[in-house]
Write a protein that binds this ligand. Sequence first.
Ligand SMILES: Cc1ncc(COP(=O)(O)O)c(C=O)c1O
Length: 394
Amino acid sequence: MHKHPTALGLATTLLPVQPVTLTRPHAARRAARFFVEKFPGRSIYAVKANPSPDLLALLWESGITHFDVASIAEVRLVATTVPDATMCFMHPVKAEEAIHEAYHTHGVRTFSLDTMEELEKIVRATSGATDLTLCVRIRVSSEHSKLSLASKFGADPSELRQLLIATRQVSDALGICFHVGSQAMSPAAYSGAMERVRAAIVDAGVTVDVVDVGGGFPSSYPGMEPPPLEVFFEVIHKCFEDLPVSYSSELWCEPGRALCAEYSSLIVRVEKRRGEELYINDGAYGALFDAAHIGWRFPVELLREPDSNARDMAFSFYGPTCDDMDHMAGPFMLPADMKAGDYIEIGMLGAYGCAMRTGFNGFGSVDTIEVTDEPMVSLYTEDQHRVPSNVVTL
Ligand SMILES: Cc1ncc(COP(=O)(O)O)c(C=O)c1O
């Protein structure tokens, strides 16, 4: 992979025709060390957020030893990229063949489930194994999160007691897990969910060996600036200590976004300007799915030398495909003299951005270049914003 010191230098010297994915290994290392040192339990990286092999390897080198996988392809990827890592297969609905291969071929011992049928599937696929850690996923509210995960998964409250008791009987270690939804903006998300955990333990009268608070840890985006992660960790720790099983159980979390959002950004070129609309060469079918489909705003910065002196104004973006839906409403704050040929860096695309790229319409071919400058926004540095003017909320 090529290396370059800065996004600005890269854009202004290479003048790339295709979008360029920038990676910042130092930012991912910093996030990993933060979780490893400060989360009061085990941090398991949720591979779906960004399955780049380079990222998996550097997280491993930075002390992340456990990986949350959701498909057999992710199991195989982790098995080949970081062969000594421990995998946890945390998708509550799995193909029986996937469980079989994960257990028998790749040594996976931790699985999640939210129904009796899934429990039976796991028992069958592992040939009645007695060395399993089985995590029952409970349904919790997503009210504090920007992306809900409250409807699709989680045991039905009326079946939870029976499911916990049955799972206890076939597991070596029993866990309870949940997901508060992605980009949780308040630690109250976790305290509310931990109350559900307490109620489930008391109601079922089972001993629990693992409490897994899932993902949801936020990153910083324009208009979405969360409290420090330390505050989330303190609240989780306190709630965990208050559980009747804390003396004998382990605390786990499964961060995706928070570990990799700062790892990648994107350089795009403006191909056309129409008033307040910029036609750029990446979009909804590229790394900007969330910007298009859920109106997510990302930090942006003009990469031009000399820099513009014009005041910022609000722009929206059109992506390169022949599709009206390839539109990102923003608003994205950029200098009023933006024009075709300008380059823009779009930040914070390391999580659920670069990983969701497609090749639709012949677009989507990107170079990946490592840079050593700071990400546009960071939760892990004193000086959180590289470019303060770009994170202003309208
Ligand atoms: C089971 C599970 N764990 C962890 C994550 C990671 O969540 P986040 O990226 O919000 O931290 C997800 C995301 O969907 C998930 O489904």
